[in-house]
Design a protein around this ligand. Structure first.
Ligand SMILES: [Zn+2]
Length: 297
């Protein structure tokens, strides 16, 4: 019994010092991609349930609020109807008067009517419960180890409907654009047979490349730059997720994501098909990049 207790104490100490709590990381993905979230499509009950979960997690991480709230509602038109979306964001105060925005979209594409007995829920575990879980892990890390720059953690809504949440954020920035030094965007970071995580953005912002190279050298997964040149055509991801709105304002970005896989935008993008050890290492790699840029940027 005594031995068991000491193992338990040891495990507790380990998880307290680990930079990312792997169990919590997986729990966040599992919860956000559960069937009851109904695919988190913007404007639906399932999307609202995801918001409630994220609001609790923001509070637990001790994120501070702009204007006494984490919630920023916005409206947009889609297929002839007016839809309300809700961005969720808060911050951890740094020591200097400039900002890094860490983002991930929490919405997905909902459900589709299918014949009886077949799965109709697009759970969006990789796309993009994984990025949101990575964001929450980083919020937790920096809440315990205050950063140099103020870090804004933004869970965007309505990415799947044309980056609507990020566009609204960009139109009503909570801080001056000139003081935002970087956007770190995560969208699909948990599913890669080849254990490859791409970092898109260094073609546009080459000064960021040394940070990636340093982290890549010590990473157990393949951290690769690319997917950001105009000649990449359809494989140029510059415009493919929420980082694009920052790029349009000439705010440097790094976007972390995997290449499309067979479960992409399928009902099989669910918790059981993500790759937990890759995911954990991917989240750690993103954290290492943020730490390095925060320290030296
Ligand atoms: Zn996505």
């Amino acid at each position: 019994m005594k031995k068991l207790l000491s193992i338990a104490a040891c495990m507790a100490a380990l998880s307290a010092t680990a930079q990312i709590d792997s169990a919590q990381l997986l729990k966040d993905v599992q919860t956000l991609s559960a069937d009851k979230m109904e695919g988190r499509r913007t404007g639906t009950k399932g999307n609202r349930m995801a918001q409630f979960y994220l609001l609790d997690r923001f509070r637990e991480a001790g994120l501070q609020q702009f204007h006494n709230t984490y919630e920023q509602a916005f409206f947009f038109n889609s297929r002839g109807s007016r839809i309300m979306g809700t961005n969720l964001y808060g911050y951890i105060k740094g020591k200097v008067d400039s900002f890094i925005v860490i983002s991930a979209h929490y919405d997905h594409i909902g459900t589709r009517a299918q014949s009886a007995g077949t799965d109709s829920i697009y759970n969006g575990a990789d796309d993009n419960a994984s990025g949101v879980a990575g964001l929450l892990a980083m919020a937790r890390y920096f809440s315990q180890r205050p950063p140099k720059h103020t870090l804004i953690f933004a869970a965007f809504d309505a990415e799947e409907t044309g980056l609507q949440g990020a566009k609204d954020f960009s139109a009503r920035l909570p801080v001056p654009a000139a003081r935002i030094i970087l956007n770190i965007n995560m969208d699909m970071i948990s599913h890669s047979d080849k254990r490859e995580l791409y970092v898109c953005g260094t073609y546009h912002y080459p000064f960021l490349k040394p940070f990636i190279n340093t982290v890549a050298a010590g990473s157990p997964i393949r951290l690769l730059t690319g997917h950001d040149r105009p000649e990449d055509g359809g494989n140029d991801w510059t415009g493919q997720s929420d980082h694009h709105v920052f790029h349009l304002r000439k705010i440097p970005f790094l976007y972390f994501g995997v290449e499309d896989h067979p479960d992409y935008h399928k009902v099989t993008d669910e918790f059981s098909t993500i790759h937990p050890s890759f995911f954990y290492q991917a989240a750690r790699s993103v954290l290492e990049v943020v730490k390095k840029i925060d320290e030296r940027g």
